[in-house]
Design a protein around this ligand. Structure first.
Ligand code: DP6
Length: 335
């Protein structure tokens, strides 16, 4: 046993990720098995830090987010801790303290970094020492996109085939340093989104006449993105990423009742980004289940992109990031 290891308390940091080929739809709600694979990049500037402290006196797990006892999402936290306790044969409940440095639940992937940080910290606090792939599987049970935040750089999440979900895990495709990119995020609303991803994708799968076309096309987009990343082909990555984001929103709009995640500012940002690319600036867009626009660009284009998006009426804040690393745990006491 590693003597530096101190089971009982641990901390972890995990970074948000943004999907370039989008995940939307599940084939199993209990294990949170996706109907489609996805490909994402990790963001270095958006993170969750989580501390897990075991306490034999606790009758229930407790979960604090940004200094407040959190009811929203605490069911998923407890379910995940229970599963991890059963792996380690422990009965001891935990106190979980999490901090996000960016808006929660507004389409900025707080559940991705949140659950990745949670399983990474709990793995250490309960002394489980699980592999990254196993942590990815556990994070997926918390939130599908969280499976990807175990790894850094460019990451692929596999749909998987097995009913137990053991092959529905993420794996790294390329390191951040292999192909540095910048991300400029135009924030136009800070509140929690009206229909969360889980509910939104369930409604879409049940009611959209186009859902099976979405699922059937996904292997195609995954292959295009994989090749674009392997060959560092920016234009090819731009085309498949914009296509996947627009297909996701078209699909969500085709649910009944239709899901509208864009606001007017979102739309204007997309036009600006297309115009910039038309002028030769290496940039493309993606949008998740909220109004924020994520512009992915060559690092040298980031200032130009940020200035153009800052200027769009309704943009209240610009966040900037580079590519991030995978989740990391540390003993409590360190930062
Ligand atoms: C639009 O991972 O938040 O961001 O698995 O139900 O927790 P659950 O959903 P979540 O969905 C993310 C959807 C998305 C696209 C993506 O990140 O791939």
């Amino acid at each position: 046993m590693n003597t530096e290891y101190s089971p009982g308390r641990a901390r972890a940091i995990a970074y948000a990720n943004v999907a370039l080929v989008k995940y939307w739809g599940k084939r199993d709600a209990d294990l949170n098995l996706p109907d489609v694979g996805s490909i994402s990049i990790a963001l270095d500037a958006l993170w969750t830090r989580t501390r897990v402290e075991l306490d034999p006196a606790l009758e229930q797990d407790s979960f604090e987010l940004n200094g407040q006892i959190e009811a929203y999402g605490s069911g998923r936290v407890t379910a995940l801790l229970k599963r991890m306790r059963s792996i380690g044969g422990s009965e001891t409940r935990s106190r979980v303290f999490s901090q996000n440095n960016f808006p929660t639940g507004a389409g900025l992937a707080s559940s991705a970094s949140g659950f990745a940080a949670l399983v990474t910290a709990a793995d250490r606090a309960y002394g489980l020492d699980l592999s990254p792939s196993r942590l990815s599987e556990l994070a997926r049970i918390g939130s599908g996109s969280a499976a990807r935040s175990i790894f850094g750089g460019y990451v692929e999440m596999h749909r998987g085939e097995l009913p137990d979900g053991s092959d529905s895990v993420a794996e790294p495709l390329a390191a951040a340093a292999d192909w540095p990119l910048a991300i400029v995020i135009a924030v136009s609303e800070r509140g929690r989104k009206s229909v969360g991803s889980t509910e939104g994708m369930q409604r879409t799968a049940q009611t959209s006449p186009f859902y099976s076309a979405w699922v059937n096309n996904q292997p195609n987009d995954l292959a295009l993105a994989r090749t674009a990343i392997a060959t560092r082909d920016f234009d090819a990555l731009a085309h498949v990423s914009e296509a996947s984001a627009l297909a996701l929103h078209g699909l969500a709009m085709s649910a009944r009742p239709g899901l509208l995640y864009f606001n007017a500012t979102t739309m204007e940002c997309l036009h600006r980004i297309r115009r910039l690319r038309g002028r030769g600036v290496a940039v493309f867009f993606t949008v998740d289940a909220g109004p924020q626009v994520k512009a992915i660009c060559a690092p040298e284009a980031a200032d130009t992109v940020a200035a153009a998006l800052e200027d769009v009426p309704g943009v209240t804040e610009i966040l900037r990031a580079g590519l991030g690393s995978g989740a990391v745990s540390m003993d409590d006491g360190q930062t």
